[in-house]
Design a protein around this ligand. Sequence first.
Ligand code: SF4
Length: 454
Amino acid sequence: MNTPTHKIHIITLGCAKNTVDSEALHSQLRGNDFELTENMNNASVAIINTCGFIEEAKKQSIETILEAVKRKNEGKLQHVYVMGCLSERYHADLQREIPEVSGFFGSNDQPKIVSALGGNYKYELLGERALSTPRHYAYVKISEGCDNPCSFCAIPLMRGTHRSKPIEQIMSEVMKLVAKGVKELIVIGQDTTYYGLDLYGSRKLASLLRSLATVKELEWIRLMYAYPAKFPLDVLDVFAENPKICPYIDIPVQHASDEVLKSMRRGITRRAVTELIGKIRSAVPHIALRTTLIAGYPNETESDVNELIEFMREIEFDRLGVFTYSQEDDTAAYALGDPIPQEEKENRRARLMEVQRQISIRRNEEKIGSVVRAVVERKEDGVFAGRTVWDAPEIDDEIFIAGSERHPQESGRSRSGASAPEREMFNLSAGTFVDVLVTDATEHDLYGKAVHQS
Ligand code: SF4
């Protein structure tokens, strides 16, 4: 077979699940001797891994496709290929409306993409990934698709029904990741709590986490996308018994009004969510809980918003994000229309985020004077930026660490009068795990100095 001449640039939009798919595709293309480039200007082929989750994400995906097509029309690209969720969902429409695209592929069509480029899909490379994250952390996708009936969600339309990956396959993938230097593993799926039910007939997330915790090279294992209804409580035993499992769970609850939760088909009530969180916090003290809420769902009333605010104040999530409702065709909620104007949705989102801002600043200030575990991500103005064990990459808070060269005060970062700077105490770099004495806090960040490195 002739050596491919293409120079390929992959653009990844959307969530960490898309990141994993792009990394796997990168590995396949490299396995076919294609050249990959991080720089679009050097590329002859662009592959866009799209997101089709909500309106905002769809808009960004289409804009990115049109930009690439413009480059093709200007002769700067030979081919533009589109893959992922938006393409899975709107294949025919996109093909009709953007004929300049050389090929549209779904969210599970990697063999077709590789052969469209003139290569052969290499099954022996399954589980191999060309990491696009910093070397010290990586996502591991333990399943694909989702069987939950959430009325607002189009993901099952784009990713299909739930398919768990066999545990052996996950472990072999993880061993390849730690061989590349990965120390933090972020466990993802559409619904990680469902893991194993389709494949083994029962929920196996706890035993999967237990297996992952045996990997000695791993420092942190972080659980994301936990669906609250039917949460497997045996998972909490693994959290309690194993220090590698970060005291952190991303558990989207979406709302707290039973009327809204019922219409959303979330299969849970406010009371049951509160009880579950109580169980999680008593099993794993100091755990950080991240959640996601939706503002402006069709049947949401002013009193529902007030109930949600009351719930937020009662639970006090550590990390929280709010999406405004996006009416998605072919979802169960579509028939409810979209009665709440976007401006009012934004207003509700702002009210919820203001409540969270107050909670976040107080919870962060409570950490001043304590020593927290953190990983360094980068260096910025002589100070190291990192994440605590309570923060996932890209979506959560940061911690700014003094440990060598210049103290934050000199870089004008800290407001409180921390003690005289230590010099050259620690040899910090991206991927270093360090204990940090917290000296200052804002609503989204902590500040401190390194006290122990390991
Ligand atoms: S759990 Fe619900 S919101 Fe999440 S991917 Fe599945 S259907 Fe969508």
